[in-house]
Design a protein around this ligand. Structure first.
Ligand SMILES: [Zn+2]
Length: 316
């Protein structure tokens, strides 16, 4: 709060804010309100037969086909109507047969209920199903996120290894152990060479490590190495946020992740806190700039402590 701001000024500010909310939320007629909520949704071409919906929370990858659409992630709940409308305009007419969830965060499974209720098979890691089937704690916000209704939960799950979905084309999927949460998966449309990697990669945004949900830097490095092995120069790689990537960009991100992992491990062995690490040059000379290095360092540092027993004898 700035100094000298009296209660009257605060009240005025609150009133102005409230009035704006009223203008946008209530004063518009219904058709304009729905146009407003869809204004940010965009259809981005990915590859022959594939598009990505952006502006729906997390990216939604769509394999369009007359026989039914396949989705990777369903966006945030408040955009579900906009996503459904958009899907109806694409080949397949909005009939979704299969939905994958790359992990259990709200911007990836907010549309699950609509697709589950219309009969889509929802495929995810077992840890994702467990998270969505029970209330779970969010330490940053000090509250519990509510479980999803039964119809919104994954119906086909797996625990370890890589799987292939039988059909006219090979759709492979598998675990990315602790890359961002404890339930991350990739989905690889091998014939089309399109690889959805969820939030295990992040071309623009700072990498997010949900340490309380099981993500850590070591898992992220391993996951990105696995994605590199799956891909080639022609692979179109789809993240949860940001633009479609190529393999060279994935390689650059992996190099950075690996460098950060090695640096942090060395610093950890010297007993450093997250702030000590930043002061000692944790982020020096990276191939990209972080918006919030302190946040990243804090979360990454937290994640190491869950794995101290696997980091070698000098750590404790
Ligand atoms: Zn996430």
């Amino acid at each position: 709060m700035s100094e000298g701001m009296g209660d009257a000024a605060m009240d005025r500010r609150a009133i102005v804010k409230g009035a704006l909310g009223g203008v946008l939320g209530l004063a518009l007629p219904p058709f304009a309100r729905s146009a407003f909520s869809q204004a940010s949704l965009a259809v981005v071409p990915v590859s022959e037969g594939f598009v990505m919906l952006t502006g729906a929370g997390g990216n939604v990858l769509v394999r369009t086909a007359g026989t039914g659409q396949v989705l990777v992630d369903s966006g945030a709940a408040k955009f579900t109507d906009a996503v459904l409308k958009q899907l109806r305009e694409l080949p397949g007419g909005g009939r979704v047969t299969t939905l994958f969830n790359t992990h259990w965060h709200k911007e990836q499974d907010g549309g699950n209920l609509a697709f589950g209720e219309s009969g889509a098979t929802i495929i995810a890691h077992e840890k994702t199903r467990v998270h969505l089937a029970t209330d779970y704690y969010l330490p940053d916000e000090d509250r519990y996120e509510k479980a999803l209704p039964a119809a919104a939960r994954p119906t086909v799950t797996f625990f370890t290894g890589d799987k292939t979905l039988a059909g006219n084309e090979r759709i492979e999927y598998g675990h990315l152990l602790e890359a961002h949460t404890d339930g991350d998966i990739y989905v690889f449309f091998r014939d089309a060479n399109v690889l959805a990697a969820g939030d295990a990669i992040s071309p623009l945004k700072d990498p997010v490590l949900d340490w309380f949900g099981g993500g850590w830097l070591g898992g992220r490095a391993d996951a990105q190495e696995k994605l590199l092995k799956l891909s080639n120069e022609k692979t179109r790689i789809v993240p949860s946020y940001g633009p479609v990537m190529g393999r060279a960009e994935l390689q650059a991100e992996f190099d950075m992740t690996r460098l950060l992992f090695d640096r942090m491990l060395a610093f950890l062995k010297q007993g450093m806190s997250a702030q000590d690490m930043l002061d000692a040059g944790l982020m020096k000379g990276l191939n990209r700039t972080f918006r919030d290095p302190a946040r990243f360092a804090y979360d990454a540092h937290k994640g190491y402590w869950a794995h101290h027993n696997t980091l070698g004898p000098e750590v404790l």
